[in-house]
Design a protein around this ligand. Sequence first.
Ligand SMILES: [Fe+2]
Ligand SMILES: [Fe+2]
Length: 228
Amino acid sequence: MTDIPLVDLTVHHTPRDLRDRIALGFTKVLRLCADTFFAKRYGHRAIVLETVAAVPGMVGATLTHLRCLRRMQGDNGWIRTLMEEAENERMHLMTFIEVAQPSLFERLVILLVQWAFYLAFFGLYLVSARTAHRVVGYFEEEAVISYTLYLKEIDEGRSPDVAAPMIARRYWKLPDTATLRDVVLVVRADEAHHRDVNHGFADELAGKPAPLSVAPYPEHADDIRLAA
Ligand SMILES: [Fe+2]
Ligand SMILES: [Fe+2]
């Protein structure tokens, strides 16, 4: 693929206060759980974690929508941005399900984790939307790291660089010759974009200036129904 999405892999939001430290600590604990459970099974890891990653955008969009209705005020584009993030994460899931198949146990984990995470994130967003967006910003920092490690597995021959699934080629408008490596590159760029957007939302809610730059979002299908 010629257009390799450039991603700044060094971006890290330095915690500024207790809420940031709680968000980072929570993220690191979950990272440890994921590392222990999946080790280097990156295809399976992607499937299970993308079922989680697709939750916050929808929760944030719902609660922002309800708040705007109650206060009768504009959303500054947040609702669509967050809904699009949820849809994008679901497309990551639909892509990786073509690459690996979750075990029965992993499907059970997905069911249980979805209940627990949805309720926990909903509660957190109600109490502190700012902390919730910071948590997502840190999740996305970890996602960028994980997909970079997945790329290394592919480049060093430990994961086969199979042909890109059709759904991925359509969604990211990739050429017919695209492979899994190309897919991981665009997925990682998506995650970097979510990282910067969510840290920016947390900064905005904290009354701080947003990050100077936001990682460019790869181009996606104009009509998602044509991709799926
Ligand atoms: Fe994702
Ligand atoms: Fe993400």
